[in-house]
Design a binder for this molecule. Structure first.
Ligand SMILES: *[C@@H]1O[C@H](CO)[C@@H](O)[C@H](O)[C@H]1NC(C)=O
Ligand SMILES: *[C@@H]1O[C@H](CO)[C@@H](O)[C@H](O)[C@H]1NC(C)=O
Length: 503
């Protein structure tokens, strides 16, 4: 243990956030895709060659257009991810807020998108040239399993169908760094506005686990899904027969700054017209050189997950990554997906289910109109769009984690001293969390003040450190390793630096 006192930054303090990977594998890396290359109705997988029906938050290689494939991506001039060898494309629907009068604006993104490359299973194979994949289904508007998920060891056959695993692969993590964290993939729907206002003080983290069991031969399939399958515990577990080859397990996280709309009447809605969240989805096209990715899989197994711990990776600065933008096609130059606009771009109708949403045509119309977009109507109290689910702290049993995955807890700067990494196994965390819930610093922050996060791992626990804007000197106790990393990685980032819509 070392005690150190440091003026972190004239306007910064530290919130220590703790996350735990649920055992099994501790080899992974966390690809930080710092900013969007674009917010646009482009989807070369679903709407190849056409204007996509709905908007996407797009990250990664900038050679991204209506017809992009592997060969185009690999030729990208730049990437918005911090590892310059990664020209992959990562995209998901964007999150929007719809005011009571029907006007929508995109919700600011906080800290870019993270793509975890989790190295579960044996003999993991790099994504081959041309590999592409979709997770999730844009038309879903209900959930077929019990809410909440029972413990994984009790999952029935019905709950381990590929359909059911796919629904469990979506998460809406309500962030409040002053409380114990929710487990990743705990809640498979978007909480309603009232719940978000009351509980998600640090935003909403949208999570998506991709299937990681491959049929070993096809780089794609007609639905862009059937060449892959989920293992029977979503992230971990056994692959179904015929899909025994493991690829890296991709897990996307995007934090949306929902507190920007605290107290406003209206609703959050995904760009595909989904206010429930069941229709969340994401797309991936590999943009790695295959041999390089295979070397990274074999080499970059530092349990910290930090890209800086991998000697193969060339890492650019966040400022450099933020320069990387896709070339907006002429056809989209009148699109205003960020808003404010009347309705969603592409004129996507808002469909709250529970029946399957209608298929949308590519193209839509460029300019949303009030007439054809639905005005917001508050759902009747008796028929909530989604179930309510209380704040849920994770359990950390390594073999039967509730919801699995990467979960987060937090303490404030003053609490840092009590947050030396536990030497015990993560299983003990559920009964005696080594964090305090004191929040005297963070609770006084104006919303949106977290400008940076960084990650380190010790004893199987991933620590995420968030830098807040405040004038304070921090005195803290930490392990030499933790201290070292903090000194090395005082980069700043935040939605305000991305040039995203300020609201
Ligand atoms: C709708 O309401 C929002 C929030 O009050 C406001 O900013 C916007 O200008 C309104 N839109 C129209 C078309 O009146
Ligand atoms: C739930 O969603 C499925 C898949 O979209 C659909 O087939 C089913 O009809 C929906 N259930 C209800 C009650 O609408």
């Amino acid at each position: 243990m070392a005690i150190f006192s440091k003026m972190i930054n004239p306007i910064s303090s530290i919130v220590l956030v703790m996350a735990s990977l649920s055992g099994i594998s501790d080899a992974f890396w966390r690809m930080d895709c710092h900013s969007r290359t674009g917010l646009a109705r482009i989807d070369p997988l679903v709407d190849a060659g056409e204007i996509s029906d709905h908007a996407h938050a797009i990250h990664g290689g900038n050679n991204f257009a209506f017809n992009t494939g592997y060969n185009d991506l690999i030729e990208s001039e730049c990437t918005s991810c911090l590892v310059t060898q990664d020209k992959s494309a990562y995209w998901t629907p964007s999150l929007h807020f719809q005011y009571a009068n029907g006007t929508t604006v995109v919700v600011p993104q906080e800290g870019g998108m993270l793509a975890y490359y989790l190295l579960y299973g044996e003999n993991i194979k790099a994504f081959p040239k041309g590999f592409q994949l979709i997770a999730g289904n844009t038309r879903l508007r209900n959930f077929t399993g019990p809410v909440p998920d029972p413990p994984k060891s009790l999952w029935t056959a019905d709950e381990t169908t590929q359909f059911s695993l796919g629904q469990k692969a979506i998460g809406f993590n309500c962030l409040d760094y002053s409380k114990s964290p929710e487990a990743s993939l705990y809640r498979h729907f978007m909480p309603d506005k009232g719940y978000i206002d009351a509980n998600c003080k640090n935003g909403l983290r949208l999570e998506l686990m991709f299937p990681s069991c491959w049929n070993g031969k096809d780089v794609d399939s007609a639905d862009h899904k059937s060449h892959m399958a989920y293992p029977n515990l979503v992230m971990t577990g056994d692959c179904p027969s015929g899909f025994e080859t493991r690829t890296p397990s991709l897990f996307y996280e995007t934090i949306w700054w929902t507190p920007a709309f605290a107290g406003e009447e209206g609703q959050f809605v995904l760009s595909n017209g989904d206010p429930t969240g069941y229709g969340y989805h994401g797309d991936f096209i590999t943009g790695w050189e295959v041999d390089f990715l295979q070397s990274a899989i074999n080499t970059c197994t530092d349990p910290s997950g930090e890209i800086t711990a991998c000697p193969l990776f060339n890492i650019q600065t966040q400022a450099e990554a933020a320069q990387c933008e896709l070339k907006m096609p002429e056809e989209l130059k009148n699109d205003n997906c960020a808003g404010p606009a009347a309705g969603l771009c592409g004129n996507v109708p808002i469909q709250s289910g529970p029946q399957e949403a209608s298929a949308l045509k590519p193209g839509g119309t460029a300019a949303p109109t009030v007439a054809s977009s639905q005005a917001y109507t508050a759902p009747a109290a008796t028929t909530p769009l989604v179930p309510t689910l209380s704040y849920m702290t994770p359990t950390y049993a390594a073999t039967d984690s509730y919801g699995g995955g990467i979960s987060i807890a937090a303490v404030n700067a003053e609490g840092l001293a009590s947050v030396s990494p536990p030497s015990t196994t993560p299983t003990t965390l559920s009964t005696s969390p080594p964090v305090t819930a004191a929040t005297s610093v963070s609770s006084q922050q104006p919303p949106g003040s977290i400008v940076s996060t960084m990650i380190y791992t010790s004893a199987g626990v991933v620590y995420e450190i968030a830098i807040e804007e405040i004038d304070i000197t921090v005195t803290a106790e930490a392990t030499p390793a933790a201290k070292h990393r903090r000194h090395n990685r005082h980069h700043r980032r935040g939605s305000r630096e991305h040039g995203l819509l300020g609201v």
